[in-house]
Design a protein around this ligand. Sequence first.
Ligand code: 5BU
Length: 267
Amino acid sequence: EKESKLTYLQRAEKVKNVTGRRLLELMEAKKSNLAVAADVTTKAQLLELAEAVGPEICMLKTHADIIADWDEGTGPALAEIAKRHQFLLFEDRKFADIGSTVHHQVSGGLHSISKWAHVINAHSMPGPGIISGLKKAVAETDSEMAKSLGLLLLAEMSSEGNLATALPGYTQKTIEMAEAEKEFVFGFISTGRVAGDDFVYLTPGVKKSAGGDGLGQQYNTPEKVIGEKESDVIIVGRGVYQADNPAKEAKAYREAGWRAYETRVSG
Ligand code: 5BU
C-alpha cells in the first residue's frame, strides 16, 4: 500500500460501516485520534476516568470483565458520558470462539455488551463463522444502538512473540475476512496501516517513550505509530490512567497524536 495522505474525513466516505464513518467524523471534529484504555477495576473509577478524559478522546476502550462491581447500570452510565462528550465505547472483549457461542457472548451474560458498546473486536483465529455469529446477534437485536455496532479484527497484536505477527499469512488472511464483510468490519487492531484507506487502524502499545512492561507489552511513541506506521488511532492505557492527572495527560497524548496526523497528511 502506498503512503496515505487522505484526511480522516476523506477516509470516512470510503468506509461502509456507519460506526466506522462516525468515528472518523468525530475524530476530525474533536481533533482527537486518542483512545484511552480504561483498565481500572471498579465502576466508580471507570466512570470517573471516562468523565475526566472524555473531552480529549475519540474512544474509550473498556474491559468490562475486569470491573469488580459491574452491574446493569454500568453500561448505560458509560453510554450517557460517551454521548455527552462525543466519544465511542469500544469493548475490547476479543471474541475468539465459534459463531454460536460469540452470538450469546456479545448480547447476553452480565455485561450485555451489544446494549452499550459501539465497537467490538474479535480474533480471526476461529475463521469467518465468528463474524457470522456476531452479525446474527446484531440482526436479532431490537436496540437501535446494537444495529450499528462495528467490528474490528485483530490483524496483529502489540505483544512480543504474538502469533498473528509471527505466522506468515495470518494478517493477510485476516484482511481477506474483513474485505468480505465491510458493512460490519470497519478496521483492525494492528501496529500500523496493513491494508487500504477504506479501513481504520487502531494501535495499542503506545507511550511517550518506547519500551516494554516486563509482561510482553511493547510500546511505541505516538509519532512512530501515527507518523511512520500510518495507524489512525493510538490506544493509551497506563500512560494516561496511571498519571497524576489523567485529564492533563490525555490532553498531551491527544496533541501529540494529532500533530503526528497533521504532519502525515500535509507532508
Ligand atoms: P497499556 O496500559 O497502554 O499497555 O494498555 C494497552 C491496552 O490495550 C490493554 O487494555 C490491552 O488489553 C489492550 N491491547 C494490547 O495492549 N495489545 C493488543 O494487541 C490488543 C489489546 Br488486541
